[in-house]
Design a protein around this ligand. Sequence first.
Ligand code: FES
Length: 177
Amino acid sequence: MNQEKTKTEPENDSRREFMMNMSLGLGGLAAIAVSIPVAGALLAPLLEDKPEVWRAVGSAENFPIGSTQLVKFENADPKAWAGTTAHTAAWLRRESTDKFIAFSANCTHLGCPVRWEAEAKLFMCPCHGGVYYHDGSVAAGPPPIALRQYAVRVADGQVQIGTAPIPITNFSDGQKT
Ligand code: FES
């Protein structure tokens, strides 16, 4: 009996070891099979080209020289599930006959929407008291830099804003601090 036991123990050990290795191997393969599509889904947005799209926001004649008006437009690459987040806004200022500036409606501190106070000629942020001058530069409060600007053009009498997908990544140059 004892002899029988000593014969089967090494067999059991090697079978157990084999089964353990099989379990680990299959577990590893399953983990890889699951993680590849997950990693792909997470990384795909970083690798996609960010389309730049011009959005018409109204006829140029609707914006008197010297005015600053809120305009709303759709993001460059709205997803089917985006809902209201597919829409964004900018403060459009008409400086002269052919010069427009489109300021991002979001404060450069933590992103709260700023409002234009026409009387004071200031942009005010309600969250932490950020204040910007009419040209978007910082007047007071915690904002670290000036309001961001979108590219603007007039085509066929329509004012168009160059927008990018959220998060906005391709603001025009000319940032002021
Ligand atoms: S978010 Fe505008 S001042 Fe903080």
